[in-house]
Write a protein that binds this ligand. Structure first.
Ligand SMILES: C=C(O[C@H]1C=CC=C(C(=O)O)[C@@H]1O)C(=O)O
Length: 466
């Protein structure tokens, strides 16, 4: 990525902007390859979700990710790739590197989110069609406690007519400078909602089969899941629904993603797969679950039970060990919390162990996601045998559920979260997924209950009165 000082964009006037775009075009003409002109502008504080609601175009991809008022969002694409199969990581890496070398950035470049971001979403399994998507959005809005940055990424080809592009950026900048222009829209009431679900007995039977495979030594741990569908009277509106979800789960990562065509995925996940920033990496092991208690006393008892449950601690330890090993294989020295602690969310509590360290040698986000995914929090141990068993036992494709999504800067820093507590929305149907880790000693009835309380919590958060 080449960066040009903001002088090239002068006083944000049309002339300065055109000069910058002409420079990009000149570079494109020199070797016949398009360039991305990336223009970052600090704007007044605004709610990026409201902006996304108003600028989103049907049929275009978008990705939104927010936790505790820090959010990234991107909409429409100037460069886009779908990849399938075991080579999906390499395909996304090549796409990212190739476009990164052709980005020319200018504007307010000092902020953490000043430059272009590559948005990525990976399905759980390599075989899903398509199993990975990466895109460079046309518009980005990113917000931290300190600043709000709008970025326009323009595709400049040798013959692009530049004036309309410049005018579009100036119009957008004018709109972004006026936060009151973006009214947030509430989700419409769903009306009466019907439920369709797999027979719970089938899940109980899957858990029993998994226990049999564990007994035979085929796997030591496997994460199984099930689904439930909400069928509403009106179409689901993912971005509007997300507003409620982020309020219900303030400690989770609220996300919305669509490849453009077909379904949208929204969710509120507690699990970060990896974050790279400021020369450090941060990840976590999250496995072992219990519901929250109705009273403080009950909640405390449930928390204690979880912290001392042999089954949950073993389920958790597999995740810690596997993540530690994966990081060591990348040449890193992870610092691992000594004991799991409780992560208490609105309606569920988990065992969590933080894992972090210094980012040496330099690595990109994709190196981590490729090594870590799927962790035994969503797959199992050993990884390949567990994924095979999941595909044998689950009579449905997980799609993005238990996959991951996030963003990466051209330099490699970024963040990815595991797509848990998620729903696939299309028209009037929302399909919710939930699962749990099975180890020796797991009880099929308890496992069914765990998925049930996870599914019902999600259904309520989506606005269903069940
Ligand atoms: C697969 C899911 O959760 C995983 C993450 C946290 C706790 C889990 C558990 O306790 O089993 C699961 O490993 C899900 O919620 O759908």
């Amino acid at each position: 990525m080449e960066t040009l000082s903001s002088h090239h964009f002068g006083s944000r006037d049309r002339k300065g902007l055109l000069a910058f775009l002409q420079y990009c075009q000149h570079q494109a003409q020199s070797d016949g390859k398009p360039r991305i002109g990336s223009i970052a502008l600090q704007v007044r504080d605004l709610d990026p979700l409201a902006v996304l609601q108003s600028i989103r175009e049907v049929g275009e991809p978008h990705l939104y990710l927010e936790r505790r008022a820090v959010s990234v969002s991107g909409a429409e694409s100037v460069a886009f790739l779908n990849a399938t199969g075991p080579e999906r990581f390499q395909a996304v890496r090549e796409f990212t590197e190739s476009w990164s070398s052709r980005i020319i950035a200018t504007g307010d470049l000092d902020g953490w989110f000043s430059g272009p971001l590559f948005f990525q979403a990976f399905a759980f399994a390599a075989g899903n069609e398509p199993s990975a998507t990466v895109f460079l959005p046309k518009w980005q809005i990113c917000r931290t406690e300190r600043e709000c940055i709008a970025v326009a990424n323009l595709l400049i080809e040798p013959e692009t007519v530049l004036e309309p592009e410049a005018d579009r950026v100036l119009r957008a900048h004018g709109a972004f400078s006026n936060p009151s222009g973006f009214a947030s829209v509430e989700a419409p009431h769903l009306g009466s909602v019907k439920i369709r679900r797999e027979d719970p007995e089938l899940y109980r039977a899957r858990v029993s089969e998994a226990l049999h495979s564990i007994g035979e030594g085929r796997v030591a741990k496997v994460v199984l899941s099930r689904w439930m569908e909400l069928i509403a009277e009106k179409d689901f509106r993912p971005l509007e629904t997300l507003r409620g979800l982020r309020e219900a789960y303030p400690d989770c990562f609220a996300f919305s993603y669509s490849r453009g065509e077909g379904a949208s995925w929204i969710g509120a996940t507690p699990e970060r797969l990896i974050q790279l920033s400021g020369g450090r990496f941060e990840t976590e092991a999250l496995a072992g679950s219990a519901p929250r208690g109705q009273s403080l006393a009950e909640d405390t008892v449930r928390g204690h039970e979880l912290l001392s449950s042999d089954k949950d601690l073993r389920e958790h330890a597999y995740v810690v060990q596997t993540i530690r090993k994966g990081l060591e294989e990348l040449g890193l020295s992870p610092e691992v919390g000594q004991h799991p602690h409780l992560l208490r969310l609105s309606n569920v509590q988990h065992l969590r162990t933080p894992i972090s360290g210094v980012l040496q040698p330099e690595r990109a986000l994709l190196d981590f996601t490729e090594r870590l995914h799927p962790t035994p929090a969503v797959g199992g141990v050993p990884r390949n045998a567990a994924v095979e068993l999941i595909q044998e036992l689950e009579p449905f494709s997980r799609g993005l559920y238990t996959g991951f999504l996030g963003w990466q800067k051209p330099g490699g820093e970024g963040e990815a979260v595991v797509a848990l507590r998620t729903a696939r929305m299309e028209g009037k149907t929302a399909r919710l997924y939930a699962g749990g880790g099975i180890v020796e000693g797991s009880d099929p009835d308890q496992e069914l209950k765990e998925t049930e309380f996870k599914l019902l919590a999600m259904a309520h958060a989506l606005g269903a009165d069940l």
